[in-house]
Design a protein around this ligand. Structure first.
Ligand code: NAD
Length: 491
């Protein structure tokens, strides 16, 4: 059973139950995650609350020295972390390395806190009166993570939170806790003061305990929309700040000019990579590929089928593999059922990824391609979270935008085109708030903010970038008047 990390010590959970951590490429049991309890949360929050007293008054320039050390240690351990991610999640080593790089970039950006957190001041707001505002840390924050990016997603929040002077409790996904365990070993080794970062393992009981604990000031959540909404309403009702990033149903639109001789292969490669990369287990994964006009649609069908047939499926540890397994047998069965129901509802199957995986020892599904997908079909409405390309056609950019905006999710969307005017119209009119133009996975960098809209995001302040500093701080404004007889304003 893996341990919690509380107040600088590796501690045994109060849990009575556990779940297996399974390598999805071969079903090997790697560890057991304890399903922690209210007592685990109480210990972690109390340690974080105590550490806050000294951490908040440690100068920012000293706090970030730990982040510089962390960055250097993460670089040294990047290969080891990537292998861990591949083992517990299944994605390819190349994909894991990319996600570790993104995590490191969060730390790099958070080292800029002395500038990012600086307040404002203004002389003479009235005669002889000045004013200044500062951004002050608030206390204990908590992060709750999904399974699909074991390293990267938690880093969207906590480096910024602690750099601002807050202390932290992380609950990793119970399905992929080993990467976080390694990261906390690194945090332990760099000498971060006790209690600044705490790790509690568990499932929904730990989540609910964090969302209702009186000493937790704010929650950053990433996961499915259903749980995001629950976390948002529960934690808000308990007086906390909340940013809850939910699920997605991402549409990519292809205009005819993105399928001419020079652009076609780029459009196909980028859109297929978006849908099947990380086995489709990305919140920014494309799902529905909409060709504008019949000729675009026909070219897309041919190009996509050829492309997916060249994708090698296997263990993410094998350098020849392009796509690894899904996270679990339940995920595989759910996606296979969605594909079967889509076919019953009239979609045509061009490539059936359910076939040809019997010899593989894990939870594999090959890339699957469905065409003639229509709006009313279940598969066109729900998040698939697997390597299934849904192809459909529409008559105009306007009808494509309407389709996108009718979907309750609004995480990301992409337009493939050579036309600046079309791109501008698209960016201006679509609901999803992370937008790609000829980019299949438009993931904002650490110095921009990350987060969707509508049911893909509950809250006001998004993840990372300058925006997140407001989430992790409270603004205090002071107005000064000093009575001075020699002043020209003396009465
Ligand atoms: P999930 O919602 O099942 O779990 C997320 C977290 O919530 C986990 O830590 C889990 O322990 C906890 N949890 C699960 N059920 C709960 C419940 N009933 N009550 C309280 N807590 C509960 O999500 P997942 O399957 O781990 O991750 C996949 C989902 O995450 C997808 O929907 C994906 O789109 C989404 N996601 C979104 C983003 C984004 O930026 N919007 C990024 C990554 C993943």
């Amino acid at each position: 059973m893996i341990k919690n990390f509380i107040d600088g010590n590796w501690t045994t959970s109060y849990a009575k139950e556990s779940v297996d951590v399974i390598n999805p490429a071969n079903c090997e049991v790697l560890a057991q995650t304890p399903l922690g309890t209210q007592e685990d949360v109480n210990s972690a929050v109390s340690a974080a609350k105590k550490a806050f007293l000294t951490w908040r008054s440690t100068p920012a320039i000293e706090r970030i020295q730990y982040l510089f050390k962390l960055k250097s240690e993460l670089e040294k351990h990047a290969a080891e972390l990537s292998l861990l991610i591949t083992r517990e999640h299944g994605k390819t080593l190349l994909e894991s390395k990319g996600s570790v790089r993104r995590a490191i970039q969060m730390v790099e950006t958070a080292t800029g806190i002395p500038s990012l957190m600086m307040g404002e001041n203004f002389e003479d707001i009235a005669r002889g009166i000045d004013s200044s505002s500062i951004k002050r840390p608030i206390g204990v924050f908590a992060g709750i993570a999904p399974f699909n990016f074991p390293a990267m997603v938690p880093f969207w929040f906590w480096p910024f939170a602690i750099a601002c002077g807050n202390t932290y409790v992380l609950k990793a996904s119970e399905r992929v806790p080993l990467t976080s365990l390694k990261i906390f070993e690194i945090l332990d080794n760099i000498g971060l003061p006790k209690g600044v970062m705490n790790l509690v393992h568990g499932g929904k009981d730990v989540v609910n305990a964090l969302c209702t604990h009186k000493d937790v000031k704010g929650i950053s959540f990433v996961g499915s929309t259903e749980v995001a909404e629950h976390v948002y309403t529960t934690a808000c009702a308990h007086g906390k700040r909340v940013q809850a990033l939910g699920g997605a149903k991402n549409v990519m639109v292809v205009l005819p000019d993105a399928m001419d001789e020079t652009t076609q292969s780029k459009t196909i490669n980028s859109s297929v990579d978006s849908i099947v990369g990380c086995a489709g287990e990305r919140c920014l994964a494309g799902s529905l590929l909409l060709g504008v006009k019949e000729s675009t649609y026909e070219k897309l069908k041919i190009g996509v089928v050829n492309k997916v047939k060249s994708i090698n499926v296997g263990s993410g540890e094998d350098p020849k593999t392009h796509m690894g397994p899904l996270i679990s047998e339940q995920a595989r069965e759910r996606i296979c059922r969605l594909v079967s129901r889509a076919v019953e509802q009239g979609a045509k199957i061009l490539v059936d990824g359910r076939e040809g995986v019997e010899h593989l020892p894990g939870y594999f599904l090959k890339p699957t391609v469905l065409c003639d997908v229509e709006k009313h079909m279940e598969i066109a409405q729900v998040e698939v979270f697997g390597p299934v390309v849904l192809l459909s056609k529409t008559e105009s950019l306007e009808s494509a935008i309407s389709w996108i905006n009718e979907i309750p999710y609004a995480n990301t969307t992409t337009l493939f085109t050579n036309s600046g005017a079309s791109a501008r119209k698209f960016v201006y009119e679509v609901d999803p708030s992370m937008i790609g133009i000829n980019i299949g996975v438009p993931a904002p960098m650490s110095f921009f903010s990350f987060g969707g809209s509508k049911t893909s995001f509950y809250g006001d302040v998004k993840a990372h970038g300058k925006e997140c500093i407001n989430f992790f701080t409270e603004t205090y404004t002071t107005i000064y008047r000093w009575y001075d007889e020699s002043s020209i304003w003396a009465e």
